[in-house]
Ligand binder design. Structure first.
Ligand code: OAD
Length: 230
């Protein structure tokens, strides 16, 4: 089976009802990114940060995977698919995808501020100041904030380097190092870029630009993949 590395961002979950970050109605229009999604913000006002992610987690419980997430799962019947997502939602998992790398962490998981390796599943529950692990250390969201390292980066870069085909779906390609992952790909392999708006495609060769929303765009990509690349 050919290997596909799929890089996804907030846009793939937009049609499920989750706001993106940088569109005109996006989360960073309503919240100061450095207050709620940076390590400095956490030290300054942890309650504000916990409340922000509590709200995201609560909303996640109310939404469902859309056709784009589901088609990526179905593609596993024909290809070896690895989804590398910047999203902290669990919609790829809930659509059935089995090989997922979360670059920026996961909303439904927490860890203590003292131990980044012991991660707990909390589902859709809130965490508050005073909620601790067994040793009494405060819990924090299992999210990679601005100013923090991206532990899954090397694993993701390996998947991109091994891929025969790349798909980039619903990301503004604004945030590094995630946006630079495509540079690890083999030369000349097919790359699909699905986004209804203009994004910088880095002058990629062999690019198929599908300027559509994720649901219809991923369906078109699936048809091309099955017709041309099986
Ligand atoms: P952005 O909000 O930066 O970009 C979302 C992209 O989705 C834009 O390019 C939109 O054009 C596109 N889009 C909007 N609706 C779409 C739809 N229905 N179908 C397909 N595409 C659509 O989100 P990301 O690129 O994911 O990190 O942002 C990257 C990171 O920045 C996030 O992981 C988050 C944020 O700060 C952290 O919080 C650490």
């Amino acid at each position: 089976m050919k290997k596909i590395a799929v890089l996804t961002g907030a846009g793939i979950s937009a049609e499920s009802g989750i706001s993106t970050f940088r569109d005109s109605d996006g989360l960073w229009e309503q919240h100061n990114v450095m207050d709620v999604a940076s390590i400095e913000g956490w030290y300054k006002n942890p309650k504000l940060v916990l409340d922000f992610y509590n709200e995201r987690r609560k909303q996640l419980e109310t939404v469902e995977p859309n056709a784009a997430h589901k088609i990526l799962h179905e593609l596993e019947n024909h290809f070896n698919v690895c989804v590398i997502t910047q999203n902290v939602d669990n919609l790829h998992e809930r659509a059935g995808s089995t090989n997922i790398i979360h670059l920026h962490g996961e909303l439904t998981k927490v860890r203590s501020i003292a131990d980044e390796d012991t991660v707990y599943d909390i589902g859709y529950k809130a965490i508050n100041i005073g909620d601790t692990d067994k040793s009494g250390v405060q819990l924090r969201p299992h999210i990679v904030w601005f100013g923090e390292a991206v532990p899954m980066l090397n694993a993701a870069a390996d998947k991109v380097a091994q891929a025969d085909i790349i798909a980039i779906i619903g990301t503004s390609l604004n945030v590094y190092p995630a946006a630079g992952l495509v540079n690890y790909k083999k030369n000349g392999i097919p790359v699909f870029l699905i986004n209804p708006n203009d994004v910088n495609p880095f002058h990629i060769q062999n690019l198929t630009l599908i300027q559509e929303k994720a649901t219809t765009g991923v369906e078109k990509m699936r048809n091309i993949l099955i017709e041309k690349y099986l």
